[in-house]
Each structure stands twice: as C-alpha cells, then as structure tokens.
Design a protein around this ligand. Structure first.
Ligand code: GLY
Ligand code: MN
Ligand code: MN
Length: 435
C-alpha cells in the first residue's frame, strides 16, 4: 500500500470531523502469551488503516487545520541497544520520513503533550471502549484541563466514538485494498488446494493444518487471519472447532475453514471434502444442498440488494433440501418462518470481510438492512451440521458441511474473489485423485 493512500484516508477523516476536533488513535498493545513469550504482534486495524505504522506503542493524533501540522505520531524512539535485542524501530525521524507524520514525539511524552493539544478543541474522536487503559488516559487528560478552568482553559465538551466514521470508510474497499485482498484470496486458495491434495486417512487434523500454514507462509502471508479450523467427522459439526488434534478417518468428511492474512487483509475460505477423496451418497446429497444454497445466495448479490437477501436465499434452499432428504417435514413456508432449519443451520450466511475477518461496518441503517454497494466485500458461507441423534437416520450422522467464499460487490453484480477454489463434487474428487 503506498503512503499516498494512507494520506488520503487521513485527509478524508479530517475533512469529516472538521476544525475544532481532534482524533486520537492508539495501536494495539503487545500481548503476553506466557511469561517472557509474546504473541506475534499485530497492529490495531483502525490505527493501521490510517497510518500504515506497524510498530507497537504508538498513538496517532489528527488535528484538522492545525497550522503547525495536522498529523502527529507518538512512537518509540530509536535505541541501538534495545533494537539489538528486539528489532528495528522507525523512530521519530522514520515516523515523519517514511510514514508521513507532520511531527513525531516520543511515546513516553504522551501524557505531557496531549493535554496541550486538547486545549481549544471542542470534540475528541477516539475508539471508545476498545482499550480500557486508553479510555482512562483520555479521561485523565480532560480532567487535567478541567483543573485549569479558572485559568481560562476550556476542556473539550464532547467525546465522540470514531467507529462510525472510520468503519464506514473501511467498508468500501479501494483498488489498492482489493489488490491485497486478491493476494490473500490467492494464497488461501493455494493452501486449500494443497490440503485437498495431501489429505490421507490416518493423518492428524493438525498435520493437514500444517499443509495450510506452509502454503500461507510460502505465499507471503505471515499469519493466518484467524485460527484455522480443521475438523474431521463429528468435529465438522462444531462451528469454532480449533483443537485440530484428532485422526482423520476413512469415510469421514473434513471441514477446513482457513484464510491467510496478507499485509493486514484477510481471506476467509471454507471447503469440506471427503478424507478418502470420494463423497459417499449421503455426503454428496447434503453437499449438493449446501452448494445450491451458496449459489442461490451469491446470485442475489448486486448493488441495491439488501444485506439479508443472500441469507434469506440460502435459508430457503437449505430448508427445502432438508425437507427433501427427510430431516424436516411440513410446509416449506412454515419451516422457514418457524426457523426449524436452525437445528441444522444455526449461523448466519456471511459477514463483512477486510482488515478484520469479521470486518467493521454496520449491517443495518437504523431499522433497515443495509443496501449493498460496489466496493463492499462479504463472505457467503452456508452450511449444514447434522449431529448423531436418535431421531435422525444414522446415514446422516456427523455430516458437517460449510462452503465459504469471499465476494466483492461490483457495479454490475459481484465477483467471487476465491472463485479459483474448486467446490463442485466432481472438481473436488478430480483434484483429490490427482487428475
Ligand atoms: N472463519 C470465521 C468465519 O467464517 O466467520
Ligand atoms: Mn466467515
Ligand atoms: Mn470462515
């Protein structure tokens, strides 16, 4: 992503909040995994979206029309000794020269400098309630100004959540963002293909996960966008199964939900396939229902469709399919309106996708579902999960299937960013047979 894009995002936000406002954004803290071991560092998405600055311990400040500079970055100073231990830092100079800040200050001076910047501002925009320490820091700065009220200092009178403005910007992806999302999708497709090609009965789920992670890293992704789900047999019916520690059995399906993060953008793909490379008749029947539901959902996606239409389309096909195979009985409209399908389909059909796998952006505008517009990216991920149960014919037991693709809304309709990933029964069986 080039630095002009970050600059134009800051400009757009500053134009929206206007003179008299200040926006303050901290990045995410480093998190301890255990004792001296840290989790791999990942910047806060909102912060990174506006700055492109990848280091921890940083706060961005935007003050529209401030003559001495509108964009200030607080960050770590250069320190040769610390850098020898913990890695390179941009320092104050890098913050300005590489990351485009008008001025940069040591993060250790934040409490000294920030109250002065708040003087004469009427409104503070910040990510309210995201980082508890930061929330109390903001209140502390305001109280410092209030204590000086008899000296004529005005504390800002409004605290405003940044979410609404910033998250609406993030919902519409630019061409540069879509380039990165296409790369994340391509890497993820290669990983899922590799998993299909290497899967054998007797492997552990984590060994299949290793094939996915290998391909992510090899392709230039430095991290999965979320914990990969590799669930064989009944584990495929656990929606957020991440233990991935069971043996894959001949005759079972395996469900893999895994997506690469590429330069802070996520892909999110699910495929379900037979461990031994051939779908059984029952598996195939259920698979075809889910596949048809996904096709029906994707077919609704175009500008001016409302957010819930793909879900409604998927639910209709899934419910009809469940009735066709005898897992539900009764009138189709009643089964839908009474939500009888929820026993086998208990989640929604998608979510926004972007820097965060469950990306930001409102799904409703006041009481109405949002209308889709070009540039929005969403997942389409219907599924059916059939547990072992006395009232269900055992031929369906432990069939858990989800099929998930990433879809961009375009002016003409939509584009499936993950279309290169096989998903018909024939294409999957062919790939697994090495043909
Ligand atoms: N992988 C998370 C989801 O599909 O929503
Ligand atoms: Mn998803
Ligand atoms: Mn997923």
């Amino acid at each position: 992503m080039n630095k002009y894009e970050f600059n134009s995002r800051r400009r757009e936000l500053m134009d929206m909040i206007g003179k008299g406002s200040i926006a303050i954004l901290p990045t995410a803290p480093q998190r301890i995994r255990n004792r001296d071991a840290l989790y791999p560092y990942r910047a806060d998405s909102d912060f990174y979206y506006l700055t492109g600055f990848p280091e921890p311990e940083a706060v961005a400040v935007l003050i529209p029309e401030r003559t001495q500079g509108e964009y200030l970055l607080f960050c770590r100073e250069r320190n040769p000794e610390k850098e020898t231990w913990d890695g390179r830092r941009a320092g104050l100079e890098g913050a300005c020269e590489v990351y485009g800040a008008d001025d940069a200050f040591p993060i250790t001076d934040l409490d000294d400098i920030l109250p002065g910047l708040l003087e004469n501002c009427q409104r503070i925009y910040y990510p309210m309630g995201v980082y508890a320490d930061f929330d109390s820091q903001v209140v502390g700065w305001i109280n410092q100004l209030r204590e000086r009220s008899r000296a004529g200092v005005h504390a800002p009178s409004a605290l405003v959540s940044l979410d609404h403005l910033l998250h609406d910007m993030r919902l519409y992806k630019s061409d540069a963002e879509l380039d990165l999302m296409r790369r994340a999708a391509e890497i993820s497709v290669n990983a899922h293909k590799r998993a299909m090609q290497t899967c054998r009965a007797g492997m552990y789920e984590y060994q299949l996960e290793a094939e996915i992670l290998y391909e992510f890293n090899r392709g230039g992704s430095r991290s999965p966008a979320y914990a990969s789900i590799v669930g064989g047999g009944e584990n495929g019916c656990i929606l957020h199964y991440v233990e991935n520690n069971c043996v894959l059995k001949d005759g079972d399906l395996v469900l893999i939900d895994a997506g690469a993060e590429f330069e802070h953008y996520a892909a999110d793909i699910t495929r379900t396939f037979p461990v031994n490379g051939r779908f059984s008749p029952a598996q195939k029947q259920v698979y075809e229902i889910v596949l048809a539901a996904q096709a029906a959902a994707i077919a609704t996606i175009c500008p001016n469709t409302h957010w819930n239409e793909p879900h409604e389309a998927a639910v209709r096909v899934l419910t009809a399919g469940l009735r066709d195979i005898g897992l539900l009985s009764g009138n189709l409209e009643s089964l839908i309106s009474e939500e009888s399908y929820k026993r086998f389909y208990m989640h929604r059909t998608g979510h926004w996708l972007g820097m965060d796998v469950h990306d930001v952006g409102d799904y409703k505008i006041e009481a109405e579902w949002r209308l889709l517009e070009p540039g929005m990216v969403m997942t389409v991920e219907p599924g059916l999960y059939i547990p072992a149960s006395q009232d269900i014919d055992s031929c369906w037991w432990n069939i858990g299937i989800r099929i998930e693709d990433d879809v961009l809304v375009t002016a003409e309709g939509c584009e499936v960013l993950t279309a290169a990933m096989p998903k018909t029964v024939a294409d999957i069986e062919q790939l697994m047979a090495g043909e």
